[in-house]
Design a binder for this molecule. Structure first.
Ligand code: PLP
Length: 349
């Protein structure tokens, strides 16, 4: 017989600060000058959950959204009925094209083949990606004159920067290439800059900027430090507290040995939740003001922390994981993008 009882509250949650998300969008929008500011919401809004992120972004004033896959459209469309939504990967099949038309979503055309597919199934408004040096997606500059490309009804002409978060001569090369291509293609808007690209200055803004990382609390370049607020706060419940006697070890591989009797909490968060093994012996969590260092290896569903600083912690108490992205990236060796998008579904649901 099917069980109809609602499950109890989870022992794991991701607090997403919608006010900080909205504030970050307004900050990068102000940095974008007279250009409009879109939002990349691919990968479930960088792991924050599109259902939470999109309403906050719409409320802040964002009207243009980018997802990567067609499978991401339904969620985005549900939370942004009047929004403009584009699919970065473009169409691979007639079914993709039909779906775009049925949902009113624009494909980003990335190749001659995609241009042919879109045109042969009826054409209509689309975006066009030109490759200015990254050699990932996009038609090459010399393909712009191709009739299949020239015949497209382009809403937004796009290119993407390969090195925006570094001081690289490549940025100016890509900017100049994009500026030279733009007059050759009829389009409504031109768009080049991701989060880091916005900080490169007005010459990179064109008509529309496309931040992702910075909206979710990532700081891609020093120019944004102190202006971007933390959005993502992983929290997990304590399953058990125990005392580990001096000389005993904790966890797989017995990599931590207590040098004195130590109060330890087992927290219900592990590498299956995106709290990867790189945090073993390195991460910290927090209970109020008290800092709780990770002891030994992170398990699949659990992590041990030293609660000497907060000895009153009890089973069922909630612990906050230190997850300030620039700092967490420095300590873990993971990129800020990986820290966001590896967060598991048990945290988000
Ligand atoms: C993901 C993505 C963005 C957003 O990049 P961030 O570095 O996260 O700001 C912008 N444009 C394209 C084409 C992307 O794929």
């Amino acid at each position: 017989m099917p069980v109809r009882t609602d499950p109890p509250a989870p022992a794991l949650r991701l607090r997403v600060d919608g006010d900080a998300l909205a504030a970050n969008w307004r900050t990068v929008d102000a940095m974008s000058g007279s250009a409009a500011t879109a939002a990349a919401v691919k990968a479930d809004a960088y792991g924050t959950g599109i259902a939470r992120a999109m309403p906050a972004l719409l409320q802040a004033g964002c009207r243009d959204f980018y997802v990567a896959h067609w499978s991401e459209v339904a969620d985005a469309a549900q939370h942004g009925t009047d929004a403009s939504i584009s699919v970065l990967h473009g169409p691979l099949s007639e079914a993709d094209c039909a779906y775009a038309r049925a949902t009113g979503v624009r494909p980003v055309i990335n190749s001659i083949n995609q241009a042919r597919l879109w045109q042969s199934t009826g054409g209509g408004s689309c975006d066009l990606m030109v490759d200015t040096g990254m050699n990932r997606l996009g038609v090459r500059p010399e393909e712009i004159g191709n009739l299949l490309v020239a015949g497209l009804e382009v809403d937004t002409l796009l290119s993407h920067l390969a090195c925006a978060d570094e001081e690289s001569a490549m940025n100016e090369r890509q900017r100049a290439a994009f500026a030279a291509i733009a007059p050759q293609v009829a389009h409504r808007r031109a768009s080049l800059a991701n989060s880091a690209g916005i900080a490169l200055g007005a010459g990179y803004h064109f008509d529309l900027t496309r931040p992702g990382l910075a909206l979710y609390g990532g700081v891609p370049v020093l120019a944004m430090a102190g202006r971007i607020r933390q959005v993502v706060w992983p929290e997990a419940a304590v399953i058990q507290v125990r005392t580990v006697s001096a000389g005993e070890t904790v966890g797989y591989g017995a990599t931590f040995t207590a040098i004195r009797d130590t109060r330890v909490a087992i927290v219900s968060l592990g590498y299956a939740d995106g709290y990867l093994r790189t945090w073993s012996g390195k991460g910290t969590m927090r209970f109020g003001e008290a800092v709780l260092p990770v002891l030994g290896r992170v398990s699949m569903d659990m992590t041990a922390v030293d609660i000497t600083g907060a000895p009153d912690i009890a089973e069922g108490d909630w612990i906050s994981v230190d997850y300030d992205l620039p700092e967490a990236s420095r300590i873990s060796g993971l990129t800020q993008y990986e820290l966001l998008t590896s967060l598991g579904h048990r945290l988000r649901d």
